[in-house]
Design a binder for this molecule. Structure first.
Ligand code: GTP
Ligand code: MG
Length: 385
């Protein structure tokens, strides 16, 4: 993905109050059921399996009082055949940042869905696409039950699962193949699930819900951070989750090592943009003077210390290329630490106090240590999955 695109995406997510996930699918595919399961509302809007139910676009904020995520439930596609769906679809496409296609696993007639999805993905190649493959038990024989614990990973391993009913294997594979030539940077993420009613006697009734949350976590890292910390976020925490984390992740993804710090912070770097946004959050335009003070306060330790030493010892001596794991960890740590320093600096200014340079340096050093741990934890968690 081009760096400019990544920046634009990070910006969009950092600025959006809560990212919106668009549920797209044919009528009675299970869209509203997913909303109901994830946000705990809309149960009365679920259909009977035959007659189209959802009649208009509906936005569900989650949690309701302090939304960090929104689900945009839309009418089933075949339901809009008699009138023009273009306006609805256009409206949805301007609201959402993530698409969740919902399809019954045995439904291979997805032309209508793909006709909407393909041009959309061509226009926004970096939008994550999830495909919820619902109603798994449609591929079961009478005696089959859900495989437990939930085994699906959404990739080729799914075919080799012991005990997977043949019919389900075949339809799941055939359905995934329909998405093979979807334009865009990444293939869709498939999540098989089955949200049943108690009388269907297929426990658990939320089969696959946990996996769906995990996949959302993968595509919306900063959102999930917010979700976890959504109760009573202090302003500093808000800056961390809404500004620092997305920008730090963008810096890692874009491989944007903050080298320019050696000669002062380059104004075009992702880190500089992050600092400007932090300043703005505190109602403090980051002036040239403030920039100089911030960099000067960090001192030679900042310029030559962690970063400089690392560059010389690791980067140049060992000839490590950009893009290695070490560089990623370092980029994460230093970007995060710059954010912490800026957070302290501008919050003090906003409170009408002179930032204490000693404290500023301490914050920076502490943040470097914390950030490295934070990064290792993230990585371990991802690899452990
Ligand atoms: N067994 C099972 N039933 C499901 C699943 N998802 C949905 N259903 C059932 O399918 C029917 C339709 O579900 P809805 O969630 O209303 O589907 P929808 O896509 O919102 O439908 P429209 O609003 O009409 O477009 C309901 O009877 C649900 O209980 C699933 O994963 N497993
Ligand atoms: Mg519905």
């Amino acid at each position: 993905m081009k760096q400019s695109r990544r920046i634009a995406q990070a910006q969009a997510w950092a600025w959006a109050e809560a990212p919106t996930i668009w549920l797209l699918g044919k009528t009675q595919a299970g869209k509203t059921s997913i909303v109901a399961e994830l946000v705990g509302r809309a149960h009365d809007q679920i259909g009977n399996g035959f007659v189209p139910m959802t009649k208009e676009l509906r936005l569900y904020a989650f949690p309701e009082e302090r939304p960090v995520l929104r689900f945009l439930d839309t009418r089933g596609l075949s339901d809009v055949a008699d009138d023009d769906p273009a306006a609805d679809l256009h409206h949805a496409s301007t609201q959402a940042q993530v698409i969740m296609v919902v399809a019954r696993v045995d439904d291979l007639a997805l032309e209508d869905v793909l006709a909407v999805l393909k041009p959309l993905r061509a226009e926004h190649p970096d939008w994550p696409v999830l495909v919820a493959q619902t109603c798994l038990h449609h591929g079961y024989r009478r005696q089959d039950r859900h495989l437990l614990p939930y085994p699906f990973t959404g990739d080729d391993n799914d075919w080799a699962l012991p005990g997977l009913p043949d019919e389900l294997r075949q339809s799941m594979l055939a359905q995934r193949q329909l998405f093979a030539d979807l334009p865009g940077h990444h293939p869709p993420l498939f999540v098989p699930l089955d949200f049943t009613r108690p009388e269907q006697a297929l426990p658990p009734s939320d089969y696959g819900a946990q996996r769906l949350w995990e996949v959302l976590e993968q595509v919306l890292p900063e959102t999930v951070m917010r979700l976890r910390a959504s109760v009573n976020l202090s302003q500093a925490e808000q800056v961390r989750t809404k500004v620092m984390l997305p920008w730090t992740m963008a810096a890692v993804a874009a491989n944007s090592v903050p080298v320019p710090i050696i000669g002062g912070l380059g104004s075009a770097s992702l880190q500089a943009t992050m600092v400007n946004q932090i300043a703005r959050r505190y109602g403090q335009p980051a002036t040239r003077d403030q920039w100089s003070e911030l960099v000067a306060a960090l001192g030679t330790g900042f310029v030559l210390g962690f970063g400089g030493r690392w560059l010389v010892q690791q980067g140049l001596k060992l000839g490590l290329g950009w893009g290695t794991a070490v560089v990623a960890a370092w980029t994460f740590a230093i970007t995060w630490a710059i954010g912490e320093a800026a957070l302290y600096y501008f919050s003090e200014r906003a409170a009408g106090r002179e930032p204490d340079h000693e404290v500023l340096r301490e914050r920076y050093q502490q943040a470097l240590r914390d950030a490295r741990r934070r990064y290792e934890e993230r990585k371990d968690k991802e690899q452990g999955r």
